[in-house]
Write a protein that binds this ligand. Sequence first.
Ligand SMILES: [Zn+2]
Length: 380
Amino acid sequence: MSSQNQNRSLEQAGPSGSGGQVGVRVVNWSGSDRLCISPKRDHKPENYDDLQFEFNPNIFASLEHYLPPHMLNLSRDVKLHYIRNILLRYLPENDRIWIQKLREYRLKIILNYPPLHKEIFTMDAESFFVPSFLRAIKENTEASFRSIMAEPCKGVYTFEMLQPQFCKKLMSEVDHFERWVHGTKLRIMRPNAMNKNKHGVILDDFAFEAMLDRFMCDFIQPISRVFYPELGGSSLDSHHGFVVEYGINKDVELGLHEDEAEVTLNVCLGKEFSGGDLFFQGVRCDAHVTTNTQPEEAFNYSHVPGHAILHPGRNRHGTRPTTSGNRMNLILWCRSSAFIELKRYQRDFYSWCAECRRKKAERVRLSVVAAKQELLKSEI
Ligand SMILES: [Zn+2]
């Protein structure tokens, strides 16, 4: 869908991806047919891998955990129909045409592009990740993750992740791809449809999609399940993976924005550069996206090659100017369709939005004051 490639600009903040209903068959399910807030973890979903729909089959399996209890044991076709109807609300006809074009574009590249480092297109954890990161993932406990991570600001984690050799290969693959595209006169799609990033490439478009899917499921989800349960961290089911390039003659900076993602991984690949710090201003829901930053939410991060920063996509952030040299970063936006759907039925997000939390605390304070006054009155 077109929103896949867009940052949520703060000027245009609002419920994302709701889209129109052009050409979409809408079924009016009754209230008891709504998805459940909590997933049924011990339910074994159907296999949807054979589907040729506009959505990733993993999304169907993931949403099945949230079906109303009486639907869990219905036939696969009924569940499929129900889940697809939910997903289609996010996908107007224009977006479906766009997805078809995207498929053709990717196929054209995959059939013709000669890779430089074929070995980085399939997941090879031992050669991609540093040993400390692999050990922590293998152990798969909060303590093991915390042993390799710093949390310089609440909910933002930094750690050493990628081996220098892998970073080098990925950067040269991106350069090689850019040169190849230039030679073929193919119009390349850039990572951000709002044209904020004029440089960089979408890795999913040139055969990295399957590798990045493993990257998210096997190496990000174990961490996000522990650190971001309230933000859909345990039900990530799709991604958008790309490389951005900053420097002189490239993009220089990127203003304040939110990502179209539940969890964002940002890893610096290199090369030599100065400047380019990330700055953060706190997590907000759509309604509170322009509210003030609290002092404890403001945070600056300087990139180190091979090191990752993991943060909620809704943590408002931007990139300061890269003042010399060139910098490339691998970015993986991880999404949860269950979280996005459930968010539609909620009005308060105090488990993750600081402003919702502040307002709730204020309501509690006022009701305590009112109760005290009532009490005083009755004593007089
Ligand atoms: Zn809020």
